[in-house]
Design a protein around this ligand. Structure first.
Ligand SMILES: Nc1nc2c(ncn2[C@@H]2O[C@H](COP(=O)(O)OP(=O)(O)OP(=O)(O)O)[C@@H](O)[C@H]2O)c(=O)[nH]1
Ligand SMILES: [Mg+2]
Length: 196
């Protein structure tokens, strides 16, 4: 039987580079940014979870459970992942950010295959040039390890996954899939690129 996979879309950051505007709700070509991510991921998983720390009512309108960080101190993406790992019943959790509107339509399938090929604990996506540290597929059982790492004051996720058997899943055939919208300028650029 194929494993059950849920996804969490991380939208719990402060979005300082976006002027503090809640990035998942900022519109890109007439749709909230998170809706682009939802449309990419929904066909690939059983259940979507949204992780948000403000505007929870607006996020709830997308029709999926909205989880806020257990620790509300804006401790970074790890806090959102820990929260979602504690909620999911799935075999694997796919983590994606809300600010990558062009995620691969074969993301989950390839990440799962990469894990199986090496009997790894988790996979991190790469665009061929660099790893995408918040695009991860992992077993929810890793929650305790991640929580201990965060509780120890560590924040950098790549240091955490270096402690585990993590395989890099290469998407150099679609490098634009991980285009990341952190600033109004990046949003404008992508908006124009999509429109053409
Ligand atoms: N749950 C949760 N997610 C976070 C937190 N900080 C960042 N993220 C998420 O992690 C992903 C990558 O982070 P960034 O792109 O740097 O987003 P950000 O921190 O909101 O933006 P900046 O303040 O401009 O760095 C995004 O999907 C964020 O929503 C946090 O404290 N809690
Ligand atoms: Mg970002």
């Amino acid at each position: 039987m194929s494993p059950q996979i849920d996804a969490v879309i991380l939208a719990g950051g402060m979005a300082r580079r976006m002027g503090g505007n809640d990035k998942g709700l900022v519109e890109l070509n007439d749709q909230p940014m998170i809706k682009h991510a939802i449309d990419r991921i929904k066909p690939q998983v059983k259940q979507i979870l949204i992780n948000a720390n403000r505007n929870q009512d607006r996020y709830a309108e997308f029709g999926y459970p909205v989880l806020s960080d257990e620790d509300s101190g804006y401790l970074g993406p790890l806090a959102g992942m820990i929260t979602a790992m504690g909620q999911t019943q799935a075999d694997y959790l796919m983590v994606v950010p809300c600010d990558c509107p062009l995620l691969p339509t074969d993301l989950v399938q390839r990440m799962l295959k990469a894990i199986a090929a090496e009997d790894a604990e988790m996979a991190v996506a790469s665009d061929g040039k660099r790893e995408q540290p918040v695009v991860l597929l992992m077993k929810p059982e890793l929650r305790e390890s991640m929580k201990a790492f965060l509780d120890a004051g560590e924040r950098k996720i790549d240091f955490w996954y270096a402690k585990h058997h993590c395989v890099v899943c290469d998407f150099s055939d679609q490098p634009n899939a991980f285009v990341n919208v952190n600033t109004p300028e990046q949003k404008q650029q992508l908006s124009e690129a999509i429109a053409h």
